[in-house]
Ligand binder design. Sequence first.
Ligand code: NAD
Length: 484
Amino acid sequence: MKQFHNFINGEFIATSKTFENRAPVDNHVIGLVHEAGKAEVDAAVKAARAAVTGEWGKLSVVKRVELLYAVADEINNRFDEFLEAELADTGKPHSLASHIDIPRGAANFKVFADIIKNAPTESFQMTTPDGGTAISYGVRSPLGVVAVVCPWNLPLLLMTWKVGPALACGNAVIVKPSEETPATATLLGEVMNKVGIPKGVYNVVHGFGPNSAGEFLTSHPGVDGITFTGETRTGEAIMAAAAKGVRPVSFELGGKNAGIVFADADFDKAVAGITRSAFENCGQVCLGTERVYVQRPIFEKFVAALKTKAESLKIGASHEAGVGMGPLISAEHKEKVLSYYEKARAEGATVVTGGGSPTMTGDLAHGHWVQPTIWTGLPETASVIREEIFGPCCHIAPFDTEEEAIALANDTPYGLATTIWTSDLGTANRMAAAVHVGLCWINSWFLRDLRTPFGGSKSSGIGREGGVHSLEFYTDLRNVMIKL
Ligand code: NAD
C-alpha cells in the first residue's frame, strides 16, 4: 500500500494515525496518508525557523534563484510521475493536467525566481531641516516561517503558486495540502532533497482542518504569516487563528462568478468560452462561471448552443480518449452538488440539461460523477444563484441593458472573477470598470500572465499575489534612512 508521509526537515516522517486517500474515478484506495499531530507540526515549524535563521537565510539571491530553477527542471524531469499522481488524486482529464497543472506547477518556481532577481526597491533623497541631505531606501527581508494551506482543485499548481514566491523571497514554508490530494506535495519533498534545497526550507504536514494539521499549523505561534486558498468560511476560521499574534494573511477564497454575454459578441467563441468556464475541471475552478447573463436577443439561441456543448462533453476517466470531464473530488462533494441540483428543481428551475448523475459502468460506477447541468427560469434569490456550488453547473438568465448586467453581476457578496463577451471595446471597458471583481476577462477566460496581480475582491479574498505583487506578502518592507 502506498504511504504518504509528512516531510519535515528533509525527512519523510510516518505517524501512527493514518487515513485513506481514495481515487475520485472509482473510489479505490490509492494509499494511506500519515496525519500530522501537534508534535509533527511543531517539529516542522522549528525546522523552518532554523532554515530561515540558518543556511537558507544567508544564501545569496543568485544561489536561491539557481536552486529554484533546479526545482522546476526536476519537476519537469519527473513530469509523468507528477502527472500520474495528480490524475490519481483528482481524476481530472489527462489533457487538462498535462497542459495546466504540472507545467504551470513547475513554471511557478522559474517565474518567481526571475521576479526576485529583478525586483527593485524605492529610494528617496530629501533636504534635512539643517540644510543637509538624507537618503532613504527600502530593504526587503523575508517574512519568515510561512504556512501554506491548500485546496484540492489544482493541487500542485495552487501550492507552488505560493511556495514559489515564498522561497524566492527567502522564506521557509510548511505546506498543508488538502486531505483529498496529498500526493504531489509529498513528491515535491523528494525533488527538494534531490536538487539540494536545505533541510527545513520546504515542509509538508498532512491532515484535515479543524482539530488537525490545518488548525495546529495556522494557530502555531511560530508561524509568521499564513497564505491560504480555499472556501471563504475556512478563511474566516484561519483569520481568527491569525489574529492571535496579529499575523498577516493572504487569502484566495470562494466565488460566485458571473459570465456576461452581449448580443454583439462573437457567438461561437462566447459559447465555447462559457462551456469552458462552467464545466472545466468538472466545475471545480474558483474562477468558474455559475451565473450566466445573456442579452435577450440571443438568449434562446445561446441556451440551446450551451446545451449542445454540455451534452457533447465526454464524461470519463483521466486516460480515456477524448474525455472532457472527470468526476467530482469526493463522495461528500458529490452529495453537496447533487443537493443543489435538487434545490434548483425544488425552487422551480427549468432543467435545460443534466440535473443528476450519469450511469457509469464497471469500476467507474463507484466514482463521484455528476452531469453537466444548465438551469433557466429561477429568480435571483434562488440558492443556486446565490451560493457557491463548485460543480459543473450554471443558471442562465436574460438581461436587456448594460446597467442591468452590471447590477446582476455585482449582486453577490463575492468578487473573484468575471468573463465578459462583446465585440464593442467601449462596452468592454465600461463593464470591466463597473463589475467589482479582482479578475476580469474580456472575450477570454482563465488566460493568465503570471506577472499580473491575482486575487479576489469582497468576500473572495485578501491581498493580491502574482508578479511583484507577491512581494507585498512574502517580504517585510523596511526603510533605512541615512543622514549624509
Ligand atoms: P476548504 O476551505 O474546505 O479547504 C482548503 C484547505 O483548508 C484544506 O487543506 C483544508 O484541510 C484546510 N482547512 C479546512 N478547515 C481549516 C481550518 N479550520 N484551519 C486550517 N485549515 C483548514 O476548500 P476546498 O474545498 O479544499 O477548496 C474549494 C474552495 O476553494 C472553493 O470555495 C473555491 O472557490 C476555493 N478556491 C479559491 C481559489 C482562488 O484563487 N480564489 C482557488 C481555488 C479554490
